[in-house]
Design a protein around this ligand. Structure first.
Ligand SMILES: [Mn+2]
Length: 253
């Protein structure tokens, strides 16, 4: 994919976790997201939504989860105004299928992709399951992505399936700040380790990931950088690239 900037910018955000931890706080967050989209729409050449946008998402053959109407309406509006939007699945919404593509013309990527923006090379993805460690999740991901397990889940009544999924998701990191995940871990930052590993064989100017829930700006080798986009439950951070610089910004209160 190649994006040319015509005096505009490319925006990146991840980990909205819409739906978590409860309806009320999710609705407030949804309003913030829409305010952000309203603020950037005139200067956005493209928008990348890099995974865990929904705390849970599943596409049945004829049914999708309730809620998020204002957010969905806003991205439909942006698409109609001609702004390209790219979705990535995260570990919470990896069951996205072709609904967004069919309904909104939004491609959905399940793996990191290479993008060239204003002649700079980007590797963009959610980041789950990459790099060393995280064995517990890597095992779970095998179950979550197993076609037979997905087939079984699909035939559970959605009221039951979605309830189960929400219960499961309550254990997730984003609503459990006591898990000591929001401190920089130095050499144990496994997505950083992953970037360094990739950079040994292939050069990217920018590595852009979510998943970590901690905004980061770190060097990779001599000329590359790894940015983590943070999250929107507590911090409201996003990335913006103007053709020369990539910056992590925070939504103004
Ligand atoms: Mn997340």
């Amino acid at each position: 994919m190649n994006i040319t900037l015509r005096e505009k910018k490319v925006f990146f955000a991840s980990d909205f976790h819409l739906g978590a931890p409860d309806d009320q706080s999710s609705k407030q967050r949804e309003k913030k997201i829409i305010r952000w989209l309203n603020e950037i729409e005139n200067e956005a050449e493209a928008i990348f939504l890099v995974g865990d946008i929904f705390d849970f998402w599943f596409e049945y053959e004829k049914v999708v989860p309730k809620g998020f109407i204002r957010f969905l309406g806003k991205i439909a509006d942006l698409r109609e105004k001609g702004i390209p939007i790219f979705f990535f699945t995260g570990n919470h919404d990896l069951w996205m299928n072709d609904y967004f593509t069919q309904e909104l013309g939004i491609p959905v990527f399940h793996h990191p992709i290479e993008v060239v923006i204003a002649n700079k090379k980007f590797l963009v993805g959610h980041g789950d399951g990459l790099g060393p460690g995280d064995e517990h999740y890597k095992f779970l991901k095998k179950i979550f992505t197993n076609p037979f397990c997905q087939w079984l889940f699909k035939w559970l009544h959605p009221d039951l399936g979605v309830r189960l999924a929400h219960k499961w998701s309550k254990n997730s990191r984003i609503t459990n700040l006591q898990k000591n995940e929001n401190e920089f871990k130095g050499d144990d930052e496994w997505l950083w380790a992953y970037c360094k590993q990739v950079e040994k064989n292939r050069h990217f100017d920018y590595y852009i990931f979510g998943h970590r829930h901690l905004p980061l700006d770190l060097p990779v080798g001599h000329t590359a950088r790894y940015f983590n986009l943070g999250e929107w439950v507590n911090q409201y951070t996003y990335g913006v690239f103007d053709g020369n610089t990539f910056e992590i910004k925070t939504l103004e209160p």
